[in-house]
Design a protein around this ligand. Structure first.
Ligand SMILES: *Cc1c(COP(=O)(O)O)cnc(C)c1O
Length: 364
């Protein structure tokens, strides 16, 4: 069924492939887990996997069921469960489908050891807590983990950690030092870098990097754009003007009357609201493109609509194209710029894309 309300998300598989190649170019000596968790950051798990099918070294996600779905979809590459197993059923699936699994606590090791078989090597990513303090073994917990891992008869082990501030001033060296101290004499494979470490910290990649946000063409940094790294936006959110109002000076726009017109204004009403995934906290002044020109939102974002300033776009009217983010028909608005204006990150915008928004795929 074709939905006539004009909002659309457009996914660009060629951009995802380009961005994966950029990750590999930045980490030329590493293998890469293409992170497709959270429905590929809102882009669609299978769409992202299909875009990378011929090149990705492996795919990383959260749910065992989704990993099995990828196997059933014909994916032959290794698949990593980034948070490991959540129960015995998952442990069985890991063994049966040859999944790679993170272990961050003793309970997970024990569940896997109970299912492990001598004829099926088990690939385990031992997660070290080096300062994120979310998941993983601390230095004092590590000896017990090593002991318990001996209960897995055929074990392929990789050590991993996750950086908390790879995008910030504190960087990664402090965590890297802790990692090396904890790893001790370990000479096997290690997995370290997320997108920010891949792009900014060449010494913090390891044998397997784990690019996520960069695959989707957004920047992990507040102070450096995705474009500077050769990344291409993988999602476009676009709609159309569905109403126009001409208002006098002093009139207010939208719920709460937060915007007061300082002069006579032409206001465009866009068919896009927070129920589509547009951030409700985006304030007046958030960038938006209409009919080839950059302009700004005005007033509060409603559930199904938002308002924008058409004063400098006299040709725009009902039916004019609008780009909320990405390189759209109406112009290019970086998702990072919308996110910054709304006090969030592009990760959240992409993941919040609502199920009611119809999705099209470029080239199909
Ligand atoms: C989500 C995730 C990543 C990817 O992070 P980005 O910042 O999106 O590159 C890497 N590693 C782990 C463990 C993750 O959970």
């Amino acid at each position: 069924m074709k939905i006539s309300r004009p909002i659309r998300a457009r996914i660009r598989p060629a951009a995802i492939l380009n961005n994966y190649r950029q990750a590999k170019a930045h980490a030329p000596d590493a293998w890469a887990w293409a992170v497709v968790k959270a429905d590929a950051y809102g882009h669609g798990q299978l769409r992202a996997v299909d875009a990378l099918r011929s090149e990705a070294d492996g795919f990383a996600l959260l749910e065992c069921e989704n990993a099995v779905a990828l196997r059933e979809h014909g994916v032959r590459q290794p698949i990593l469960l980034l948070e490991g197993i959540f129960g015995i059923h998952d442990a069985k699936q890991v063994v049966e489908h040859g999944l790679h699994s993170v272990v961050h606590c003793l309970e997970q090791i024990d569940m896997l050891a109970a299912q492990a078989r001598t004829d099926r090597p088990l690939s385990v990513y031992l997660k070290l807590n080096t300062g994120m303090n979310r998941l993983g073994f601390t230095e004092s917990a590590l000896p017990t983990a090593w002991e318990r891992l001996k209960r897995i008869p055929a074990l392929n082990l990789t050590l991993m950690t996750h950086f908390a501030e790879a995008d910030g001033e504190r960087g990664v060296l402090w965590q890297l030092e802790r990692f090396q101290a904890m790893a001790g004499e370990w000479h096997g494979p290690v997995s370290l870098g997320n997108s920010a470490a891949i792009l900014r910290h060449p010494l913090a990649h390891g044998d397997w990097v784990r690019p996520g946000i960069m695959l989707y063409g957004a920047s992990p940094f507040a102070d450096q754009s995705a474009e500077e790294f050769g990344l291409q936006p993988a999602m476009v959110l676009e709609s159309r003007i569905m109403g126009v109002q001409t208002v006098a000076t002093g009139e207010r726009i939208g719920y709460g009357g937060t915007y007061v017109a300082e002069r006579p204004m032409r206001i465009g009403i866009v068919a896009c609201g927070y129920a589509d995934g547009y951030p409700r906290h985006a304030p007046t002044g958030t960038p938006i493109a209409v009919a080839g020109k950059l302009t700004r939102t005005v007033g509060r974002v409603s559930m199904d609509m938002l308002a924008c300033d058409l004063n400098d776009i006299p040709d725009a009217g009902i039916g004019s194209p609008v780009t909320l983010w990405g390189p759209g028909e109406a112009g290019y608005v970086p998702a990072d710029a919308v996110a910054a204006a709304a006090g969030t990150i592009a990760y959240e915008l992409f993941c919040a894309l609502a199920p009611r928004v119809p999705v099209t795929i470029d080239g199909q």
